[in-house]
Design a protein around this ligand. Sequence first.
Ligand SMILES: Cc1cc2nc3c(=O)[nH]c(=O)nc-3n(C[C@H](O)[C@H](O)[C@H](O)COP(=O)(O)O)c2cc1C
Length: 162
Amino acid sequence: MQKIIVIYHSRGGTTRRMAELVAEGARNYGVETDVRDAGSVEVDQLIDYSGVIIGSPVYYGSMAAEIKKLVDESVKLHGRLDGKVGAAFASSGNLAGGNESTILDILHVLLVHGMIIHGDPKGDHYGPVAVGNCDERAADECLRLGGRVAELVKKLAAGPSA
Ligand SMILES: Cc1cc2nc3c(=O)[nH]c(=O)nc-3n(C[C@H](O)[C@H](O)[C@H](O)COP(=O)(O)O)c2cc1C
């Protein structure tokens, strides 16, 4: 049984809303999906998931400390997340406030773990971004990301003939 986890940190609610929408997009594709605040995730739990999606508010151009803490704890799983699907999203206060650099910082971590990252040629290329709030455009991107990750998780589970 394939499962996805969407992990986020949020003080003001924007990134949490994005996480809920990403999860909704994945569930729409028929993949069971959990949504968890980073502070409530035990790093060992990541082993149970085929897809790991991480969302952060932009704090000084990069991920929140709460997300970085979980990332650093994940060293104990080094090598065991190899081949899972990874993705990221971010929310900022300002346009050009660091959304893409934050997403890429998270994706770098997931790549070091050996995870598979699906870029997007038509939507937000590196992952969904929200500026100020999760408006309709950002919401659509979040649903889209969840769907694409779920689709890829299912394809990988089905094997090379799918
Ligand atoms: C410590 C801190 C640092 C921030 N740094 C940036 C920044 O570099 N660029 C930016 O656009 N917004 C920055 N912001 C604004 C947040 O990224 C933005 O309000 C975000 O949407 C908050 O997400 P949340 O509602 O999920 O908490 C910062 C906010 C805080 C609290």
